[in-house]
Ligand binder design. Structure first.
Ligand SMILES: Nc1ncnc2c1ncn2[C@@H]1O[C@H](COP(=O)(O)OP(=O)(O)O)[C@@H](O)[C@H]1O
Ligand SMILES: [Mg+2]
Length: 261
């Protein structure tokens, strides 16, 4: 079976009645790694929250489909079961639920009754992935993200990714706050996921992550729209020259680019 396709068409999203996304178009196929870059406050996290169905983010126009299925019609948990995964910019802490329990129930939520992963298989897979990510084995029994350092939270998001094996993942600033060693570990985990069944959208503020994970396509987001797309060379040019040349090319007024979060 070939991978999945996530199609976002003319997506408009409002928060508290204010339009943040103003017509986003994007298509991500299994086997592809995409990156979205853009200044602060241009709606990158809003896009990921809207895809995952955060109630605060109201879709006023446009569509999101996964293999032709209407994602906007799905409840949040259905979106996960359908194969979407979101690593949030600020992962939340859940007290009382251990990391291992959370991972196991997330895996089983995507399986039919009677097809649940065996405890042995689960533990073997978790141990192997935690070792791959240089994670302390004790973290499996800690409450989800509770007291985790910034870097530990990001590694833990990648652990979830490797365990749940979604069809399409959206990783929002998975690189922020990581030192270089942690960044390499996180990149190694993401690169390991590369296969025809898996598509990935990496949202990042810096080109740095893309030194370790080569994207197939790079998109620039400004003022709630994808204003430019290209290959990895686009990210390199942004790193070297910033965003000014794009603003000039598109005739975007400096004053109106982005809104500080
Ligand atoms: N939950 C929210 N409540 C109010 N405003 C928000 C919320 N989330 C985002 N915004 C606003 O939407 C705009 C885009 O924010 P965001 O999507 O976080 O940008 P980015 O991720 O590109 O830095 C900003 O002006 C921000 O203040
Ligand atoms: Mg953001």
């Amino acid at each position: 079976m070939a991978g999945s396709t996530l199609i976002i068409k003319d997506l408009h999203v409002e928060i508290d009645g204010k339009e943040i996304l103003k017509g986003v178009n994007l298509e991500i196929n299994g086997g592809e790694f995409h990156a979205i870059m853009g200044p602060n406050g241009t709606g990158k996290s809003t896009l990921s929250s809207a895809i995952m169905g955060h109630p605060k983010y109201e879709v006023t126009k446009g569509s999101i489909t996964l293999d032709g299925e209407d994602v906007l019609e799905m409840e949040v948990d259905e979106r996960g079961r359908a194969g979407l995964f979101l690593a949030m910019q600020y992962p939340s802490e859940i007290s009382g639920v251990t990391n291992a329990d959370f991972l196991r129930s997330s895996i089983n939520a995507r399986r039919e009754e009677g097809e649940e992963i065996s405890l042995m298989k689960f533990i073997r897979k978790m141990d192997a992935n935690m070792e791959e990510l240089d994670m302390d084995p004790d973290m499996a029994q800690r409450y989800l993200n509770e007291g985790f350092s910034g870097g530990e939270k990001k590694r833990n998001e990648i652990l979830q990714l490797m365990m749940i094996e979604p069809k399409i993942a959206i990783l929002d600033e998975i690189d922020s706050g990581l030192d270089i060693d942690a960044l390499k570990v996180v990149a190694k985990g993401i690169n390991k996921m590369r296969n025809e069944e898996f598509g990935c959208l990496m949202i990042t503020h810096y080109q740095r992550l893309l030194n370790y994970i080569t994207p197939d396509k790079v998109h620039v987001m400004m003022q709630g729209r994808v204003v430019k797309s290209g290959g990895p060379e686009l990210a390199q040019r942004l790193e070297a020259e910033g965003y000014d040349w794009i603003k000039q090319e598109l005739g975007i007024d400096d004053e109106t680019v982005g809104q500080e979060a």
